[in-house]
Design a protein around this ligand. Sequence first.
Ligand SMILES: [Zn+2]
Length: 271
Amino acid sequence: MTTRAQPAKRKAGPSDNAAAPKKLRCSISERPSLQSDTTTVFVGRLSRAFPVDNKLLRTSCDFFHDQPLTKKGKHAGSKQVRLPDNTIRAFELYLGWLQTGCFYIVAEEDADSPLSDYEPVDHSDRVGISPSEVEREKWYECYLLGQNIQDHNFQDACIDLAQEKIASGNQDMMIAACRFYKTSPIDEAHRKFAVTVAAHLWNTERFELVTRIDYPKMFLEELVAYIGPRLRLVTVPEASKQTFFKNAGCQYHAHTTLKKPCYKETHPAFK
Ligand SMILES: [Zn+2]
């Protein structure tokens, strides 16, 4: 993609008017709100605060819009949302995606970065993992964030990101897809993605390893149900990772089952 639309600009209010005011003395009742139109999102166990423009938060889903205002304390009247079970880096990726439609996820220094910046407890045993594995973890954390805030558009974009990564020959993403089964509820189209990836893109060694890896039971059941009948007809050939998703379109997108438009139609970056 060569062009990136910027998020819709806030409508100019009285305080935004660059032209000289006609008069300096104004009625108190005309004063623009001193409250900025933001929601503060507290993310992760460290509760890092992200003040985010409400219009940006409404780009893709209504989750933040639907949260009640804070009623008590010094922040009374402002909106605060807590996402303790999601990671800071996933939320940062989400904000980038809301603005541009892209995932700013690749970092050369990932393998050596101090993971304690994110979640010291969860990642204490992950020192020295490869950049590819870090990227896979971030990707899954994004999917979980999408699940938590009910943003199926973001989850569909995660599916497309996985396709792009798999097309580059990445094995990690191929085995990560079945982790969708650990979330609940899991969308039918996303399950289909995980099963299709395994059926057509796993190589022989990957299938031989199946008893040594703790795959979700439901995933294995659906994989057998997919492969079994086709085996009789010899129609489960191993496919090319580079070309398999070429015409995938929306067949692995949750919006197809939800009967809603694709994020590629609604996200400002794709218009
Ligand atoms: Zn779609």
